[in-house]
Write a new protein. Sequence first.
Length: 262
Amino acid sequence: MIGNGIRSEEGHSALILQAIADGGLSFAAQWIHDVENIEEIAYAESLARVTDSDGIVHTAGTFVSLLEQQDRWFDLDLRMLDMVLSALAADATLVLGCNLSVASLSHPECFAGIVSRIARQPELTPRLVVEITETYPLTGAAIECVKMIRALGCRIAIDDFGSGFATPESLLQVATDIVKIDACFIRDNRPSREGRNSLSYIVGFAACFAPSVVVEGVETESQLEAARMAGATHVQGFLLSKPVSLTQLRRPEGTAGMRGVG
């Protein structure tokens, strides 16, 4: 059961923290599809979930900001990375994306914990996509951490590009393999006077910096076609696949991989 019921912020925060302490943190995974041949899979993004004592499953959008306010973001990122690495070790066919926040990459202890976890299992790095979520600007120590992670063999994705701190400047800071266009651009795709549209412009810009461009939030056939016409290489959204548990995740028949990425 997915629950987003109304609770007081304090009560909800306590519920989530207790659920995590009791082992309620898990993740669902959502496929990212090739835009030209949707049966071809690039990888699956890992999405945090918390199951509370009543069996209600809370999606990340309902608790991430609470953890951030209480400086528990770092703990979430490290636990998620541990779970994703364990899943990769258990199944050699998986390629998973793991979200890591700029806040965590900027924190010295968390920085060290992230790099050491990845470095200990070098055989897994070709199947790990680190998705950078920019809750803060990508600067300083976070840039160096991203460079180290990529040097270890992981692919780097800039998540939710075009929203918040995920700005064009981000793409100038580090070598990036994948840019994921925020879902707001497919939901509000505006025509231009030149006959193109806003999605085409942002996809074209992102393609200057990364060989793979993913349009997020694709929920209709018309949105899929818009992403294809805009020049995206991949798409993600409920139209093609919903987040599911690893036990439910099944790769469609077809080859996997990001075009232009090793």
